[in-house]
Design a protein around this ligand. Structure first.
Ligand code: ZN
Length: 194
């Protein structure tokens, strides 16, 4: 299962520590090391876009259905595609905020299913009220991402093979699936570790 994004430097480290169980996806980088004094041969490591590491501890923890990824604004805004879920406007991250659907002061929790992306004017207008009290309608139901969805949401530029790998681990009814269809292949500088 997908675990996290790592830089190619960290990927090289895993290769050299012999912690790569197998690789998938395509080769992203060739990293050259020093030349062996005896053989005169130069070392080389090819880094793949997806690498599997030995050790199941992290995977079993994060693959558990009750696992909840940490909540942070960057990932929250990406979950909601940088749209204000009240007015539907697309904004840059600095113009967005975390709205508690049921306000904290009214017993609402700071958790994925009670938070949505809101532009600052909508958040200010809503204030200390529920959407019903403010007569505002939510455009989507807030959901808790699984770990695989969370990894996807953290990715910056995701390659087609990485996307296919991540999507294979999404729940069947993931709200993110539809969005993925729209994303064309880009280029990535990171390796996904599994
Ligand atoms: Zn708004």
């Amino acid at each position: 299962m997908p675990l996290e994004w790592i830089t190619y430097q960290d990927a090289v480290r895993l290769y050299t520590l012999d912690q790569v169980a197998y690789t998938c996806g395509k080769g992203l980088y060739r990293v050259h090391g020093g030349t062996n004094a005896k053989s005169g041969r130069r070392s080389m490591i090819e880094v793949n876009s997806i690498i599997a590491t030995a050790g199941a501890m992290q995977a079993s923890l994060k693959g558990n259905p009750s696992y909840t990824p940490p909540l942070n604004n960057t990932t929250l805004f990406r979950r909601d595609d940088h749209l204000c879920l009240y007015c539907g406007e697309s904004r840059r991250a600095k113009d967005l905020s975390r709205d508690h659907v049921k306000p904290i002061s009214r017993g609402g929790q700071d958790q994925w299913t009670n938070v949505v992306t809101a532009c600052k004017p909508c958040n200010n207008y809503k204030g200390n009220r529920t959407p019903e009290q403010a007569r505002m309608q939510l455009l989507a139901v807030p959901f808790t991402p699984t770990h695989a969805e969370y990894v996807y949401l953290q990715g910056r530029r995701i390659l087609a093979d990485q996307m296919a790998f991540l999507r294979a681990h999404f729940p069947r009814r993931s709200p993110l699936r539809e969005r993925l269809e729209r994303i064309a292949e880009g280029s990535s500088s990171d390796t996904v570790i599994s």
